[in-house]
Design a protein around this ligand. Structure first.
Ligand code: SF4
Ligand code: SF4
Length: 358
């Protein structure tokens, strides 16, 4: 049987209240709200956006969904985990402050923010996966202490996985810092000495102190490198290089195995809403305003993370008339979908149901 994916058309030019009503309509169609009990902890997994990022999901787009959840349980909260890289979301205090700056304040969203892996990203629990790539996943504790999850994702391109959508939000986004490190650790970039301008930007950003100064260029110390990929996006001169094919494939497979660990925890009580609005070349970890790479499509929702991502990608490619993701980074993004299907995370075969009423 094909997985159902609900679609409602929307663009960022519409006022926030209208987008909120549309998102609520998709959420209602999924039927998850009927499964929420008054004592349930309900985690709304979201990415609040890095400082100066403008593409992230806006707080006023999700107030309708929150109102629905609050009718069933008062124990709902917005949540993300701390980042692997040094930035404005690498500890809970700065992370929550940034979320407030981006408008996720109690007067707007009506529910608290809890950073799922604690103050400095060390609160995690192990979940056995016994997969081809991951034996035990390390997931941010608050997610595993929750009963229900609503996974809210902004669809983007991605420097390491080609596409960042629900599978990534679930697999990478719910992992603790150690879990993120696990997933990234096969990726070892190199600096091309001829292209390096010795500007020092990557030295400042490297969370592992793995970049060392050579005569008039920098080098990466393989022993120290944790493969977070930060230097790749920080370098304005394209001097940091990576073997994308092999490393990206393994990263996507690990990500899918992590996603399965989280999905299995929630069983039937998890749903996925993807916002295909202002789709950008890079993810919301980028501290900048980025142009959209395709016209806005709207919001899709499903109980199946593979189906919702497959539908999101198909809609982007159809709207653009080209592979807008591969145009940004020449990465085969299909691995996360194919491998996700292979390990039982979901299915790529879906039925698209367009909603007109909201
Ligand atoms: S050198 Fe390694 S640890 Fe440092 S930023 Fe680059 S990928 Fe991350
Ligand atoms: S950011 Fe790029 S150019 Fe600057 S030091 Fe690092 S590798 Fe060299």
């Amino acid at each position: 049987m094909r997985s159902k994916v609900y679609l409602i058309r929307a663009t960022r030019k519409e006022e926030a209240g209208l987008i909120s009503r549309k998102a609520r309509a998709v959420y209602r169609a999924l039927g998850l709200n009927d499964k929420i009990q008054p004592e349930d902890f309900v985690a709304l997994k979201i990415h609040f956006g890095e400082k100066n990022n403008t593409g992230h999901i806006k707080p006023r787009w999700i107030t309708g969904i929150i109102e629905e959840i609050l009718k069933k349980s008062q124990r709902a909260f917005l949540s993300d985990s701390n980042t692997l890289y040094v930035g404005n979301r690498s500890n809970s205090v700065e992370h929550i402050r940034l979320a407030w700056e981006h408008g996720f304040t109690p007067d707007v969203v009506k529910i608290p923010i809890i950073i799922a892996d604690g103050l400095v990203g060390r609160e995690k629990d192990e979940v056995r996966v016994d997969g081809q790539r991951v034996k035990a996943s390390r997931i941010a504790s608050a997610f595993l202490h929750s009963d229900v999850m609503v996974c809210l994702t902004h669809v983007t391109g991605h420097v390491q996985t080609g596409v960042g959508a629900a599978i990534k939000n679930l697999g990478m986004g719910c992992a603790s810092r150690a879990g993120k490190l696990d997933q990234h650790s096969v990726v070892h970039p190199r600096v091309n000495a001829k292209q390096c301008r010795n500007c020092g930007a990557c030295l400042k950003y490297c969370p592992a102190g793995a970049i060392v100064q050579a005569e008039n260029y920098v080098m990466i110390d393989d022993e120290k490198c944790i493969g977070c990929g930060e230097c790749l996006v920080v370098c304005k001169y394209g001097a940091v290089k990576m073997k994308w094919d092999e490393d990206s494939r393994r990263l996507q497979e690990k990500m899918a195995e992590y996603a399965l660990a989280v999905k299995n925890h929630f069983g039937e009580r998890i749903c996925f809403l993807n916002f295909i609005i202002k789709v950008t070349k890079d993810c919301d970890c980028m501290a900048k305003n980025q142009p959209a790479i395709v016209e806005d499509v709207g919001i899709v929702g499903s109980l199946d993370p593979v189906a919702v991502d497959r539908a999101s990608v198909d809609l982007v490619l159809k709207t653009a008339g080209r592979d807008a993701f591969r145009e940004g980074y020449n990465i085969d993004w299909s691995t996360q979908l194919e491998y996700g299907e292979k390990i039982g995370l979901g299915r790529q075969d879906y039925e698209l149901v367009e909603l007109k009423e909201f």
